[in-house]
Design a protein around this ligand. Structure first.
Ligand code: F6R
Length: 239
C-alpha cells in the first residue's frame, strides 16, 4: 500500500487528477472504475481542465461507474448519471458508447445487474479503480453486512448512508432506499486502486479500513489485501 498524505484538502483533487492522468498516459485504452460523491468532484474538475488543455485524453478509455440509485432514471437531478454528466462525461472527450453506469430505473433490476457484469467482462475488467470511502466503511454501495457480494447487485442502503447522502436531496425521505452497486470481487480484480478519503470525520473509519481486521463489517478493509492500493488523503495517520 502506498499512503499519500496531502496537507491541503483542495490539493487532494489535483493530486488525484495527476495520478489518473499519469495512468491514462501510460495506458490510453484503460478501463476506469469511477465514483461519485463529494470527494472526487475536484479531481473531475482538474481532469476536465487537463483535457481542455490537451494534456490528457480519454478518447480511447472506457468507464464503468460504481453505482446508481434504484428508481432514479438517468435524467433525475440526483441520479449518479446526472452527477457524472455534469462533472465529467459532457466535458471530456470520452465517446458516449464508452461510458457505463447501471440503469437505476431498469424494469428488471436483477437483469440489469447481470447485463452490467457482462459489459464489464467484455471490457476485460477494470484497470484503474477510483474509490471514495463511506463513513460506515462502504466502497461503492457495498454496505457493512455479515457477507459481501462479489458481483453487481442490488443493495439496501443503511441508515448511515441514507443520512450521509441526504445532503444531495431536498429531504431525507427523498433518498432512495436501494442502489445497484458493483461487487467487491470486481473492485478487487482491478489492476490498481486509488482510494480517496477527505475530512476528519473519516479519520476513524480510515484507520479501521487500513489497520483494523479485515471484516465484512468494514467492507473497505478488504482493500488491505489488494497489491496495488494507493490511498490519497488529507487525514494524517502515522504508519
Ligand atoms: C459513490 C460511491 C460511494 C462514495 C462514498 C463517499 O459512487 O461509490 O462509495 O464514494 O459514499 O462519498 P463522499 O465522497 O460524498 O463522502
Amino acid at each position: 500500500m502506498e499512503y499519500l498524505y496531502v496537507p491541503e484538502p483542495q490539493a487532494l483533487g489535483s493530486m488525484a487528477a495527476r495520478w489518473v492522468a499519469r495512468e491514462i498516459l501510460k495506458l490510453p485504452t484503460a478501463v476506469l472504475g469511477l465514483p461519485t460523491g463529494s470527494t472526487p468532484i475536484e479531481m473531475y474538475k482538474v481532469l476536465v481542465r487537463m483535457v481542455q488543455e490537451g494534456l490528457v485524453s480519454f478518447a480511447q478509455a472506457t468507464t464503468f461507474n460504481l453505482d446508481e440509485y434504484v428508481g432514479l432514471n438517468a435524467d433525475h437531478p440526483q441520479s449518479y448519471a446526472t452527477f457524472m454528466r455534469e462533472h465529467f462525461w459532457s466535458r471530456v472527450d470520452l465517446p458516449k458508447e464508452s461510458v457505463h453506469i447501471p440503469r437505476g430505473s431498469a424494469p428488471d433490476i436483477v437483469a440489469e445487474c447481470l447485463c452490467y457484469d457482462e459489459k464489464l467482462e467484455e471490457a476485460g475488467g477494470i484497470d484503474i479503480q477510483i474509490l471514495g470511502l463511506g463513513i460506515n466503511g462502504h466502497i461503492g454501495f457495498n454496505e457493512p453486512s455479515h457477507n459481501l457480494q462479489t458481483r453487481t447487485h442490488v443493495v439496501d442502503l443503511t441508515p448511515e448512508t441514507i443520512e450521509a447522502n441526504a445532503r444531495f436531496f431536498p429531504d431525507i425521505d427523498s433518498v432512495p432506499r436501494q442502489a445497484i452497486t458493483m461487487g467487491i470481487g470486481s473492485i478487487m480484480q482491478s489492476n490498481k486502486i486509488l482510494l480517496l478519503v477527505s475530512g476528519e470525520q473519516k479519520k476513524e473509519i480510515l484507520y479501521k479500513t487500513l489497520f483494523g481486521p479485515v471484516s465484512t463489517e468494514v467492507p473497505a478493509s478488504i482493500l488491505q489485501l489488494h497489491s496495488e492500493l494507493t490511498v490519497l488523503t488529507d487525514i494524517l495517520h502515522y504508519i
